[in-house]
Design a binder for this molecule. Structure first.
Ligand code: HEC
Ligand code: HEC
Length: 316
């Protein structure tokens, strides 16, 4: 009997030692790095920098990138991101101006696209989920964002300010070893024709504007490659943070009549999305910010698409 207890004791000690070593390995090692596997096409890509393309990219970036990267002097020099879970530590977005040292002035067009879609930087390092990825965005759309980043617009001109380097916490390091991995690179994606209302609404709500990311159950159980496989797809409940760090759950935006937006007419939806004013007189709070730049047709397409999403009953 005594022998058995001794054996168990040794085993427990052994396990504890193994865990301790694994833990310190994770704690003291850097984040894993990855191979940059860019196609020849992507390596040589020079996106069109004509003004139409810049205007197109500027509009997309205004809805997707500027909020997180806008720093002082109206330049995209990065800043402390306030609505980050505390477990992630102090997180700063980085300088993405054209400065060759402080910003991304040395990155080729293809390297920027590869990064925004996969999360892998030119040096093989990986940006954890506090920098969102856009794997399903159509080539023409992401290319236009690059055209804007390299344009003569004042907010992307070289600026020297640098942010403190993010120090991933143990949790982030642990998750980056076991769960959070770069996304596969997908190219040759074309956006659906705008005459196909449901398909273009789906493209906007999943691939570009990431509505499903906030509006499904939790970032941890979202599926970025197959958005429909995200747990509680569009059923809301994702615990998000406002700028003071208070939890605010996302709303159910499936067409459930009581807990979702089943009673919203197309016009109600349009007003809520573009102005933030709900039919009941309340206003949507941060991080749900009005999408003032969307055209009426785009909002109608998103509405038409959401109507096709399986209804979930989930009161938040
Ligand atoms: C939710 C906030 C957020 C949004 C939205 C966002 N970013 Fe970022 N971005 C970050 C953070 C945080 C980092 C730093 C990641 C790290 O620690 O490596 C980052 C890093 C980057 C980098 C790498 C810079 C470097 O020197 O390593 C680039 C390029 C970039 N973002 C471009 C974009 C573009 C383009 C968009 C829009 C399509 C965008 N970001 C949207 C938060 C954001
Ligand atoms: C950054 C996360 C985030 C993103 C991205 C986001 N939302 Fe929201 N949304 C929220 C939160 C949080 C609320 C709840 C706000 C509140 O309760 O004041 C909300 C509320 C709403 C509402 C109001 C629902 C109601 O019950 O009245 C609608 C409609 C909506 N979002 C649609 C969208 C659409 C469409 C998109 C994409 C174009 C989108 N949201 C993108 C976080 C987000």
């Amino acid at each position: 009997m005594k022998k058995i207890i001794k054996v168990i004791l040794y085993l427990v000690l052994l396990l504890a030692t193994v865990l301790l070593i694994a833990g310190s390995f994770i704690q003291f090692s850097a984040l894993p790095t990855y191979k940059v596997e860019m196609s020849e096409h992507l390596k040589n890509l020079q996106v069109s920098k004509d003004s139409a393309n810049v205007v197109r990219g500027e509009r997309i970036a205004a809805m997707l990138c500027v909020k997180c990267h806008m720093g002082t002097d109206n330049k995209l020099v990065g800043k402390k991101v306030l609505d980050m879970p505390k477990e992630f530590g102090d997180i700063h977005s980085y300088n993405i101006t054209q400065d060759k040292e402080a910003g991304i002035g040395k990155w080729t067009d293809g390297q920027i696209i590869y990064f925004v879609k996969t999360g892998i930087k030119p040096d093989g390092s990986y940006a954890p989920p506090y920098m969102p990825k856009f794997p399903l965005m159509a080539d023409a759309d992401i290319e236009s964002v690059v055209a804007w980043l390299k344009s003569d617009r004042p907010n992307v001109q070289a600026a020297k300010e640098v942010q403190p380097k993010n120090k991933p916490t143990f949790l982030i390091k642990f998750l980056c070893r076991v769960a959070m991995k770069p996304l596969p690179f997908m190219e040759n994606i074309t956006a659906p024709d705008s005459t196909n209302q449901v398909a273009s609404g789906k493209y906007l709500a999943t691939a570009v504007l990431g509505c499903f990311q906030c509006h499904s159950e939790n970032f941890k159980t979202n599926n970025e490659i197959n958005p429909e496989k995200s747990v509680g797809f569009f059923g809301g409940g994702n615990p998000l943070l406002d700028l003071e760090g208070n939890v605010l759950k996302s709303q159910n935006i499936t067409f459930d009549k009581t807990s979702g937006i089943g009673k919203y007419s197309e016009q109600d939806f349009m007003t809520t999305l573009k102005t933030g004013h709900r039919p009941d007189g309340t206003t949507t709070r941060y991080p749900m910010e009005p999408y003032t730049l969307l055209s009426d047709n785009e909002v109608k397409a998103i509405y038409a698409y959401l109507k096709t999403v399986p209804v979930i009953s989930n009161q938040n």
